[in-house]
Design a protein around this ligand. Sequence first.
Ligand code: 5RP
Length: 239
Amino acid sequence: MTTSDDKKRQAAEEAAKYIQDGMTLGLGTGSTAAHLVAAVGLMVQKGLTVRCIPTSEETRRLAEAAGVELIDPDESTVIDLVIDGADECDGDLNLIKGGGGALLREKIIASSGTRMIVIADESKNVAQLGKFALPVEIDRFSWPLTIQKIRRVLEAQGIKAPSLNLRPGPREAGGGVYRTDGGNYIVDIACVRIPDADALDRALDMIPGVVETGLFVGLADMAIFGTDAGVTVVEAKKA
Ligand code: 5RP
């Protein structure tokens, strides 16, 4: 039986075939991206030269352990290829990301890459975004006021009675409220169904206090899904 982790690894290994010598790579975050980091590490051992930008401290640690050369994001001007996981991916390759809490850095890097490939197991391939709770990163200052404004925007966007939850911190780290690598909070929003991801992303981004949303609209060029029958590759529709 092919496990979900096998499917994640298949997708990551297929995406690694698009890496070329000399590239600057954006490395995503999460369990699927961890397979990619391992694949890049093996390629580097065999002689590949790449420079990589991690999208989280977790990925930085994995990449360092795998012997992958990292550069400071401040140094880079061109990122050739970004490869990252997703929590949901629809038919237009719009994404929900941030389940692992790295959405801000992931979005900065995804929007800076010449090309972005999404890697996931087939369960992330959805007809419509919204079943996975949408992560939104917010500044800690006056966070209840920001949440109030987020709720109003959701209702104006036709998302009825959304439930909003401030993400709790990991139990092993003493609980409390989850903090991103940048020190912000995350609100997870159970939307059920997101009628217009682009409009919702824009409207949420207008709220003072919202740092970034987990909606990645029009950023991915290709999605690679691991399935029971091997990998499925989906290219973004050209405008
Ligand atoms: C982290 C992310 C991840 O890409 C997303 O949560 C998918 O994770 P996984 O590969 O572990 O299923 O957005 O912020």
